[in-house]
Design a protein around this ligand. Sequence first.
Ligand code: BCA
Length: 141
Amino acid sequence: MIFETSTQVRFAHVDPAGIVFYPRYFEMVNGAVEDWFAQSLGASFKTMHIDGGYGTPTVKLEVTFLSPSRLGDELTIRITPRVLGRTSCHINVVFTGEGRDRLNADIVLVCMDLNDHKARPWPDFIREKIAAQLVEAPSQA
Ligand SMILES: CC(C)(COP(=O)(O)OP(=O)(O)OC[C@H]1O[C@@H](n2cnc3c(N)ncnc32)[C@H](O)[C@@H]1OP(=O)(O)O)[C@@H](O)C(=O)NCCC(=O)NCCSC(=O)c1ccc(O)cc1
């Protein structure tokens, strides 16, 4: 299952060239992951970090920037979970606007215990939700 959310390119996102300054995309990616957890996995970041004592740091982030985004653009962000490990989860994130892909990111998140900062297995209720949403990556051949 593909989770979908959206964002708008705001004044603070763009550089003097008029296009999104790439670090701002990383914040948008994190915002989309936050929406995915809250709206689709049943665990807001407040529930996870403050109440549950676990975080979801990114350990790998591979991004291809496909076309620029400009002030005022409405972007659709799609998250597809690809692989669920014991403590990790591989997701694919695509930003699209007006039928044009802007960014494609392959990301590995890890469930981490905030007390000892070590990886720990996903809580069962999150694991079950992610497992039900997994979509195999298309074959490269
Ligand atoms: C997350 C870690 C504590 C995990 O370390 P360990 O406890 O030693 O665990 P491991 O090394 O065994 O790795 C755990 C899993 O991650 C996987 N892993 C670790 N590194 C990688 C890479 N590079 N690629 C793929 N998979 C990886 C590993 O295979 C394990 O997978 P499972 O088999 O599914 O269990 C440690 O890797 C770490 O601290 N890394 C730095 C993380 C970091 O600083 N990231 C940038 C900032 S985090 C951030 O911005 C953020 C965003 C959003 C938030 O909500 C919170 C934080």
